[in-house]
Design a protein around this ligand. Structure first.
Ligand code: GAR
Length: 209
């Protein structure tokens, strides 16, 4: 099987990026990370790429007055990497329609809630404010909506009465670092098929799971 070309897009800390890089380095994923794009010139993720000698391009949102120009620059930079899979990993911008249609079913995102609950920003605060007993995270394909694309994997964590946003986010993050590399592994092994809103996972002959 030929290795898939993986591109990761970040805006900040980059811990999910690292979880994918680690899984690739460990040989768990039939792919290579060909580059990282940061939308923020001050993102800590950039230094992490430098340490690992992963090419990192900065397309800084702050330097574009118009959103459309940012999207065009982003798309041109992405095209240059010729990715098979694009992983949004704490990438805090909505992608334009042209971007999504060009890379349809090849863009994944991780979101810190059990979708379809609590889309958008501050998902952990939203979960606490709502009073749910369980929250978690979701890896999904990206479509034109906000956190609405077909769901690949989810993981559940309890919400405790003394949680604040930071403690809940930390509990969810442990699960993010587990399921995001797993979703990338399945994609790179050609084991994901999208049927309508559903993602069918090839279980390799196993029934259910
Ligand atoms: C993660 O918790 C991710 O799920 C979230 O931002 C954090 C990024 O952390 N993403 C979103 O909220 C997207 N709407 P990281 O930079 O350490 O991966």
């Amino acid at each position: 099987m030929t290795k898939k070309r993986i591109l990761i897009m970040v805006s900040g800390r980059g811990s999910n990026m690292e979880s994918i890089l680690n899984a690739v380095a460990d040989g768990q994923i039939a792919g290579e990370v060909v580059g990282v794009i940061s939308s923020n010139s001050e993102a800590p993720a950039i230094a992490k790429c430098d340490q690992r000698q992963i090419p990192c391009s900065v397309v800084d949102r702050k330097t574009f007055a118009r959103k459309a120009d940012f999207q065009q620059a982003l798309l041109a930079t992405v095209d240059g990497y010729r990715p098979d899979l694009i992983c949004l990993a704490g990438f805090m911008h909505i992608l334009g329609a042209e971007f999504i249609s060009r890379y349809r079913n090849r863009i994944m995102n991780i979101h810190p809630s059990l979708l379809p609950s609590f889309t958008g920003l501050n998902a952990q605060e939203q979960a606490l404010a709502y009073g749910v007993r369980y929250s978690g995270c979701t890896v999904h394909f990206v479509d034109e909506g906000m956190d609405t694309g077909p769901i690949i994997l989810q993981a559940v964590v309890p919400v405790y009465q003394d949680d604040d946003a930071a403690s809940l986010a930390a509990r969810i993050l442990v699960e993010e670092h587990r399921i995001y590399p797993e979703a990338v592994r399945l994609f790179c092994a050609d084991r994901l098929t999208i049927v309508g809103r559903r993602v069918i996972i090839d279980q390799g002959g196993k029934v259910n799971g």
